[in-house]
Ligand binder design. Structure first.
Ligand code: KG4
Ligand code: ZN
Length: 358
């Protein structure tokens, strides 16, 4: 079974991990969240610089923890697509340099394939063809998985990703960045049914609505309108001031996102006759969403798997698992492989062309 050292630097987490046969030998993540929080979002130039500073120590840390020498590795991998170009370059150059230095194969990995593989870090593994709901800060997609590397996208968000909606709504509620954990904390004691919010739908040119695709930008606008209305009511009642119902607004937002994701994903699984549903990505860490998905799958008799909590948000262990799968299928990248900030998941196989495609 291959042992892989993997690096992840596609956005604002620097990460390194060592994995053997889908078992994590060591994994380390250095988050830059606090620094970007000052700006309300990720600043690409800062992200690249911090990766350069953080990565060497993370690599040393996971190598030391595993007790392995470079000679014992079978391959070195790094995320090369999609993501911030400068940030991806840091992991790619570091990974390729290590591979060259130690005479090991290099594998460039697609970040979304990494997220798909994060479910392999838990037990039990999903069986047969299954439907994945991938919900992160950059993507909200339903992907049918028929085997390693065999992916078909069945749905997507037409505008904001679910995580982006969490981040934007958190900002307008004054809750800081990243929004997901902040909203989850603020919503804990709230009433999730107090404020009805819209389940954004995508119209079809021939009439009606797309059965699975998502739209979250209208929801963000609806929350903004609700906040303004509540503030105006507060001012009108200045004589008897009421506290702003932050917990109820946060819980109502979280609930409608969970409802939409659960309803459409379960409908797609049923229509596609897929009996197993998997959830991965940063938003899959959300407690209300995990509970809602688990409940609905139980009602429908669907098998339900979710990535372990520690591996929902960006990490390098999931990148190592994706590299392991590709390596077992004979995949190795050209050492000259560059980064591809916008490569689609369906084109991930191009990363293993004998001649670097870009
Ligand atoms: O997968 P990820 O770490 O990075 C991307 O590939 O985008 O996802 C980050 C996103 C952020 O938008 C963050 O707000 C969201 O995941 N997130 C959450 C939670 N934890 C992280 N959203 C909802 N609830 C959470 N507990
Ligand atoms: Zn991610």
């Amino acid at each position: 079974m291959p042992t892989v050292l993997a690096l992840e630097t596609s956005c604002d987490e620097s990460a390194a991990a060592l994995v053997r046969d889908q078992q994590v030998l060591a994994s380390a993540v250095a988050s830059q969240v606090e620094e970007h929080a000052r700006y309300g979002g990720v600043v690409p130039e800062i992200a690249s610089r911090r990766h350069v500073e953080a990565l060497p120590a993370l690599i040393e840390q996971v190598m030391a923890k595993s007790g392995l020498a470079y000679g014992e590795l079978d391959a070195i991998a790094a995320t090369v697509a999609p993501g911030l170009a400068g940030a991806l370059l840091v992991g790619s150059i570091t990974g390729r340099s290590l591979a060259r230095l130690h005479g090991k194969p290099f594998l460039g990995v697609h970040h979304l394939e990494g997220h798909l593989c994060s479910v392999h870090l838990g037990e039990p593994l999903p069986q047969g063809p299954y439907l994945v709901l991938l919900v992160s800060g950059g993507h909200t997609e339903m992907i049918r998985v028929d085997g390693p590397g065999a992916y078909t996208r069945l749905a997507r968000s037409r505008d904001d990703a679910a995580g982006e909606a969490f981040d934007k709504v958190a900002r307008l509620l004054g809750l800081g960045y990243p929004g997901g954990p902040a909203i989850q904390a603020a919503a804990a004691a709230g009433d999730p049914r107090r404020f009805p919010l819209p389940k954004g739908r995508v119209s079809l040119p021939e009439g009606g609505f797309h059965p699975y695709d998502f739209s979250f930008s209208g929801l963000k606008t609806a929350v903004l309108r609700l906040v303004n209305q509540l503030k105006a009511e507060q001012q009108a009642e200045a004589a008897r001031p009421q506290p702003f119902p932050l917990a109820d607004v946060a819980a109502s937002f979280e609930q409608v996102v969970a409802d939409v994701l659960v309803e459409r994903t379960c409908r797609c699984a049923r229509d596609q006759d897929l009996r197993t549903l998997v959830m991965v990505g940063g938003v899959a860490a959300n407690r209300r969403l995990r509970a809602a998905m688990e409940r609905r799958c139980a009602e429908l008799g669907l098998q339900w798997r979710v990535a372990p909590l520690a591996y929902c948000t960006d990490n390098a262990a999931m990148i190592a698992v994706a590299a392991e799968q590709r390596l077992l299928a004979g995949g190795v990248s050209d050492i000259r492989l560059a980064v591809a900030p916008r490569l689609a998941l369906e084109d991930a196989v191009a990363l293993y062309d004998p001649q670097a495609p870009f």
